[in-house]
Design a protein. Structure first.
Ligand code: KMT
Ligand code: NI
Length: 173
């Protein structure tokens, strides 16, 4: 599931693997509040949605075929480091992509996701998303209430944001 902290993407194509060679495991992900599941049956997602009180869902296809001229700007927007004031749950139905999340030491951790992978990012965690070189992913997005996806970009000062403060992991010793 997870590659190690990756190289700075500023110097390259965000869609390349940027694999540092250091694997991290699900325990380390859990330490930063990220949950990962492999769910081969839709029934498993229904159960999880019920458990966590998620009432709505939709599906998004991120690809040039689906998005046309908007594709490149969308992918750049997803890749702007941001947080949300709600959990972000994504269930991959087809294709592949990367979620990058910040570790406790504020390093990037790159998580490659493919069909049947489900990820839960906690509210307030800094993260970003990109497709890979295949430029194609289809994902189900789960929402507690109305579909809402408001990114708060890190370039705005969010230190005082209550969701950010609640999420902020203690610095490693
Ligand atoms: C996100 O939150 O960055 C997205 O919704 C991207 C598409 S879902 C794989
Ligand atoms: Ni997001």
């Amino acid at each position: 599931v997870a590659g190690g902290p990756e190289l700075a993407p500023a110097d390259g194509d965000q869609r390349l693997p940027h694999d540092s060679g250091r694997d991290i495991n699900e325990e380390e992900l859990k330490d930063i509040g990220v949950l990962y599941y492999r769910i081969p049956e839709l029934a498993g997602v229904d159960a999880l949605a019920h458990e966590r009180d998620y009432k709505n869902r939709d599906e998004i296809t991120v690809s040039p075929a689906k998005m046309g001229d908007a594709y490149e700007s969308k992918v750049r927007m997803f890749f702007d480091e941001h947080l949300h004031e709600d959990e972000e749950i994504r269930y991959i139905r087809d294709g592949k992509g990367y979620f990058d999340v910040r570790s406790k030491g504020d390093e990037w951790v790159r998580i490659q996701l493919e069909k049947d992978d489900l990820i839960i990012l906690p509210a307030g965690i800094y993260h970003r998303f990109t497709t890979d070189e295949d430029n194609y992913i289809q994902a189900m997005r789960l929402f507690k209430e109305e579909p809402k996806w408001t990114p708060l970009n890190r370039s705005n000062d969010l230190d005082g944001n209550e969701y950010r403060k609640a999420c902020e992991p203690p610095l490693p010793n």
